[in-house]
Design a protein around this ligand. Sequence first.
Ligand code: ADP
Length: 218
Amino acid sequence: MKKEFAVIGLGRFGGSICRELSREGMEVLALDLDEDKVNEYRDIAAHAVIADSTDESVLRELGLRNIDHVIVAIGDNIQASMLTTLMLKELGIKTITVKAQNDYHEKILNKIGADHVVHPERDMGKRIAHNIISNNILDYIELSDDHSVVEVKAGSKMSGRTLVDLDIRAQYGCNVVAIKRKKDVIVSPMATEEIRESDILIVIGADKDISRFEKNLV
Ligand code: ADP
């Protein structure tokens, strides 16, 4: 069955989500206060409406309660974002994802009951910073304050050696969960897998362990 989504706020973030979900064949209701923004999405989303999401009767009339997942991507207007989230929660929406502007906003959204709170600028900033610090770290995803998943280039020190030979888990306390080799992805590689210089390793672990692993082996 096709999943139904609603995206509230069609700025850069909401707009991009709306575009991508529609491209993936999902049925999306796009909503914004701004007529020009809504017009931009008329041919992209299944439905595009000009409306104020802080008006409860609007949310009811649009039948939002039948939608599986609503994304609240209202930018600077924190009050409107919180009020909208609260009303969506009251309508009984199964999954609500909200973009937070700052930590204070995030805290309240979690209290109100948002299922996922995202912080795209902050998270992307972190990912890019890690990539800038180390040329070998291609990508970085924070799992918690002190754990992450990173994508690292294998480098010459590892080339031709197996995972068991490098003893990464015992020596560094982190795990290689996958190896990207050209177009292939080797998920849960065997200990006997031999690493090639152009491989990209997906490593999970504590930040301090990943950092040691990177300093010594990459
Ligand atoms: P971004 O940083 O992702 O580009 P913006 O702040 O530019 O975000 O965009 C937020 C969008 O949310 C704007 O298009 C704005 O018109 C819309 N918006 C703000 N308040 C409401 C509201 N109450 N109801 C519907 N849309 C809203």
